[in-house]
Design a protein around this ligand. Structure first.
Ligand code: UDP
Ligand code: MN
Length: 353
């Protein structure tokens, strides 16, 4: 009786041992299956992305060399997005493009080179329409001949914007800011503005020059109107890298010129159309940006140091310029030299107090 009992116990032990081993095996098999499943889902996701992207890549982009780079770039952004909460940003990560033309090199670039450019030598590039060895040297090689035609028409301005945008995408910078050559940029304040936002989110920063969104006819359905805001190019605007990558298939490689021609609107309006209407990213209004479409004299002297961009213009014989103390108006008609000395009094050309 006792012998039978111990045999039974032995058998029972073996059964328990078997059940334990089988459960372990089942557990490991399940884990491996989940892992493989997840990996293949990720691969599917990538393939999906690649196929969607490929569709949007224009036929003219050859052998997808650029496509590969851009795809890698987008992935990089995605990976960083997943791993970092707040991305650091310093002035070195900024790309500033200034649109200019051969005839304005002397009258406009000299003023920029003497003032705010000195605070952002490695961040500013000038986009022009001719070779100019003198200014190429003065800008330390940062003068880019876009080969766009030297005129103020829509096609030529879109052509320059396209070159500016492509150059930014080719750089590894995190923010793209465009200005005209009659802008003064308060560099530290611009950097501060961008530091308050993440370049990994979609940002379109600037200032509209009209009071209501622009309404145009929808060319695909002429009975419909569509409306959008745009940042006026003459006040400057900035785009985060995350947004620029989304714009790439639409704007890059000269496509902005085609869109501009289709909707018959200038470069800055075309940018607004693409960002607000096509990509559904809203313009964030930055009150501290100013174009010469605003009367400059109304900017309060005590608030000047907080502003980010300024401009000037001459209409008939009247200057629209800041109303500030400083150099004689004959020496400094635009008031940019006086402004610069107000903001950065230690510059060598500023009067010693
Ligand atoms: N510009 C240009 N080609 C031209 C004329 C102007 O690229 O033939 C540039 C100019 O350098 C400036 C911007 O376009 O950055 C605006 O030009 P401007 O200030 O003369 O005119 P606005 O449109 O402000 O009245
Ligand atoms: Mn202007």
């Amino acid at each position: 009786m006792h012998e039978i009992d111990s045999k039974m116990r032995l058998k029972l032990g073996k059964v328990v041992q078997f059940i334990f081993l089988a459960s372990c095996l089942l557990f490991f098999m399940t884990i491996t299956y989940i892992k493989t499943d997840r990996a293949s889902a990720e691969a599917d996701e990538k393939n999906d992305f690649a196929s969607v992207w490929q569709e949007r890549v224009p036929q003219s982009l050859d052998a997808s060399k650029e496509y590969e780079n851009i795809e890698a770039e987008v992935r990089k952004v995605e990976v960083i997005k997943r791993t970092t909460t707040k991305a650091p940003f310093s002035q070195d990560d900024l790309f500033i493009s200034v649109k200019t033309t051969l005839n304005y090199h002397k009258p406009r670039l000299d003023l920029i080179l003497k003032t705010w450019y000195k605070l952002a030598r490695d961040q500013v590039w000038f986009f022009t329409d001719s070779d100019d060895p003198e200014y190429s040297e003065k800008t330390n090689g940062h003068l880019i001949n876009t080969n766009c035609s030297a005129s103020h028409n829509r096609r030529s301005l879109c052509c320059k914007m396209s070159a500016e945008f492509d150059a930014f995408l080719e750089s590894d910078r995190k923010w793209f800011c465009h200005f005209d050559d009659d802008n003064y940029v308060n560099v530290p304040k611009l950097v501060k503005l961008l530091q308050q936002r993440s370049w990994q989110d979609d940002w379109y920063l600037g200032k509209p020059s009209i009071r209501a969104p622009l309404e145009i006819l929808n060319r695909e359905n002429l009975t419909q109107k569509l409306s959008f805001w745009f940042a006026t190019g003459g006040a400057g605007f900035c785009v985060s890298r995350a947004l620029a990558l989304k714009m790439m298939p639409i704007v890059g490689g000269g496509r902005i010129t085609t869109i501009g021609e289709n909707i018959r609107l200038p470069d800055d309006v075309t940018m607004g159309y693409i960002i607000e209407h096509l990509l559904k990213v809203r313009l964030s209004v930055i009150e501290e940006f100013h174009s010469h479409l605003e009367p400059m004299k109304f900017l309060k002297p005590e608030k000047l140091s907080e502003q980010i961009s300024f401009s000037y213009s001459k209409y008939e014989n009247e200057m629209n310029a800041l109303n500030i103390e400083g150099f004689d108006r004959r020496v400094d008609p635009t008031r940019f030299l006086s402004l610069h000395c107000l903001l950065f009094p230690n510059f060598s050309f500023c009067p010693k107090k």
